[in-house]
Design a protein around this ligand. Sequence first.
Ligand code: BTN
Length: 323
Amino acid sequence: MTVKEELIRLFEHNRGSYLSGAEIADKLGCTRGAVWKAVKNLQNEGYTISAVTNKGYCLEAADVLSAAGIEKYLDEGCGAKLTVYKETDSTNIRLRELAAEGAEEGTVVAAGMQTKGRGRLGRSFFSPSDTGLYLSILIRPDMTAADAVRITTAAAVAVAEAAEEVSGRRVDIKWVNDVYMEDRKICGILTEASFSLESGGLDYAVCGIGINVCRPEGGFPEEIKDIAGEVLKTPVEDARNRMAGLVISKFMKYYRSLGENTFLKGYRQRLIWRGEDINLIRGSETVPAKLIDVDEQCRLLVEYPDGSRGTISSGEISIRRRK
Ligand code: BTN
């Protein structure tokens, strides 16, 4: 670990308290000059660190995403190995590269901003700095393609529980991978998988989660301003590190019992538009139906206008409420 990384960890565990340069140098086993340099680097990365003569350095309340900051909120033994970027193109792209190089299950890439955030159906995902959280988790499950939808649905429940814990407000889930608060989308999930040609099974899956933790400065862009929302109406200290730690821990817990569908109860409890009229949209085709529930395979159970029932797998289908 570099002096800078060790220093963030030390600061994170002593937030709001002053630590003298000599004390830090002693703890980290480096010179006071190295401490000063690391403090400057952290300040350049956005950390607010005050320096006061005869008192030392103090990490002020701030919401900078960091591995040490996230680790504080991780469940012990959740098995996550974190890499955190201030900015990257896409955490899914970064993690897929690591996966192809043989990275272990539980490897997580998180970023405070994405320049090429990817969404479902080839769309881009708005990923501004400072207010959003973007993270991808690598898993190597022994499962078929048909079962892979449960990765996304388990992630939706993990996000919903984390957002409820941090905000104290109710969260809904729109089948299959959108998380809503007060009728606005606060999170999107994109799971990308690689299959083994030999076994036909999954080689690895990268579960990418993008959350609007706070409202971006200047609001959401025109294209999404009527649908996007945020978890927190007013910023709360350390919210993004806390959200990240909670989401990763909860996801890993559900992932470990994926075969038993332990997440399904939480998914059904939050399923939006149950009993309401919806449209099933595939490309230019729109089919009216009533939303009944999700089944054990996380397929959407619907009733058509003629009274017949059917199940829909996630595939390329989106749903919209019929007004
Ligand atoms: C959607 O709503 O269409 C899915 C959006 C998924 C966005 C997340 S942000 C972290 C990860 N990296 C990406 O490029 N995409 C996913």
